[in-house]
Design a protein around this ligand. Structure first.
Ligand SMILES: Nc1ncnc2c1ncn2[C@@H]1O[C@H](COP(=O)(O)OP(=O)(O)OP(=O)(O)O)[C@@H](O)[C@H]1O
Ligand SMILES: CCCC(=O)O
Length: 361
């Protein structure tokens, strides 16, 4: 076996792990957690031991010993704004994630698990293209209210991976192309990538289209009324916006496949909600086309929802006048983690140090 990589990618209800032999996938396992068990923890960082034990169990069931791992590559969470790349996990990063400096996200726990394994085995551990990759132009940071700044939070790992993949197919580098990438999963991010830099991004955590579980942007005064209605605590409001918003709030499910089936079987509400999600995603893509001044080489649709050809066709119908639309169903996050680990271990790419002033954007 060549370089043996353990890739770790925690989601809100599951932890995905993969073992790679260099760039060859050996196996991937999606460890599904009991939601009721996860809910017992005060926050995602407190789930670290629980998820760590689940990873050890899954590896054991595969007959794979941790002793064989040379390096751990983990999805990076919401830390301080950073430039894209691969960061060695350090105390300063762990401290920021523990304090949720950028907010709560399932992947915030990832660095803790990777760090623990790395310490036990005496091997290196990295996070790659964290959720808080920030390459936004200053003009994009202005929100419209002094004191509130727009944030760059996105599915940066998958977005950057698909950009590289398409550029490679064309025999070009990302620096030669402009993309709009819409990652459509449980959350949704829509990014404008100008010559390899993610110059603007909308994520359903803050604004933009609603997703299966997130509200995206809302009418602001109604939201103020809701917050001060006295019916909800701050935590309940946050849950309503991030975990129980979007399709879930209307239909009680986050499963787009199920919503499509309901719509096919004559459920008019489900059909309207799907149309609305498509409409808002297309609108978000249109906005990003203006960021790129119309100079768009490709619109890329990726993430779990893009397994649905029908949804992609409906989005495409509205945006294909902007640029050719490419569909990359599912996500490539595990491969992106492994490939990044290979690049830095082979010295082909610089290892970035979190906390060094120059890394902050
Ligand atoms: N064949 C399919 N047709 C339509 N929707 C699908 C299909 N397969 C998966 N989905 C939907 O994709 C969504 C989940 O996407 P994905 O797996 O990318 O999300 P995640 O990894 O949980 O979250 P995120 O992508 O935000 O990190 C769910 O709503 C799921 O129902
Ligand atoms: C915050 C952007 C990534 C996600 O929605 O999970």
């Amino acid at each position: 076996m060549g370089l043996c990589i353990l890739a770790i990618n925690p989601g809100s209800t599951s932890t995905k792990i993969s073992v790679f032999d260099g760039e060859e996938e050996v196996f991937t396992e999606n460890i599904v957690h009991d939601y009721e068990e996860l809910k017992k923890f005060k926050n995602v960082i407190e789930q670290q031991d629980y998820r760590y034990e689940a990873i050890l169990k899954a590896l054991k069931e595969k007959g794979f010993s941790l002793d064989r791992i040379d390096v751990v590559a983990a999805r990076g969470g919401i830390m301080r704004p950073v430039k894209a790349g691969t960061y060695r996990i350090n105390e300063s990063m762990l401290e920021d994630l523990k304090n949720a400096v950028g907010g709560e996200h399932a992947s915030n726990v990832s660095a803790f698990i990777a760090h623990r394994i790395a310490k036990e085995k005496g091997i290196p551990a990295f996070v790659v293209d964290p959720v808080s990759v920030d390459e936004m132009e200053d003009v994009a940071r202005i929100s419209g209210l002094c004191g509130i700044e727009r944030k760059s939070l996105s599915h940066a790992l998958n977005i950057r991976c698909v950009v590289y993949k398409i550029a490679q197919e064309l025999g070009k580098t990302p620096a030669e192309l402009n993309f709009i990438v819409a990652h459509l999963g449980g959350g949704i991010s829509i990014a404008a990538i100008e010559r390899g830099r993610m110059v603007d991004v909308e994520s359903a955590n803050c604004e933009g289209p609603f997703s299966p579980e997130r509200t995206g942007g809302l009418p602001i005064l109604e939201l103020v009324e809701l917050c001060f209605s006295g019916k909800y605590t701050k935590e309940e409001i946050k849950r309503k916006l991030i975990q129980e918003g979007g399709l879930y709030s209307y239909l009680g499910t986050k499963d787009v496949k199920e919503v499509e089936e309901r719509a096919e079987n004559g459920d008019k509400k489900a059909a309207l909600l799907l149309d609305a999600m498509v409409y808002q995603i297309a609108k978000g893509i249109g906005e990003m086309a203006t960021v790129l001044k119309g100079e768009v080489d490709f619109i890329v649709l990726t993430g779990g929802i893009t397994k649905s050809e029908r949804i992609c066709d409906a989005i495409s119908e509205r945006v294909k006048f902007i640029a050719p639309v490419r569909r990359i169903p599912g996500e490539e996050e595990m491969r992106a983690l492994a490939e990044a680990a290979c690049r830095v271990m082979e010295g082909k790419e610089e290892i970035l140090c979190y906390g060094e002033e120059r890394q902050y954007v």
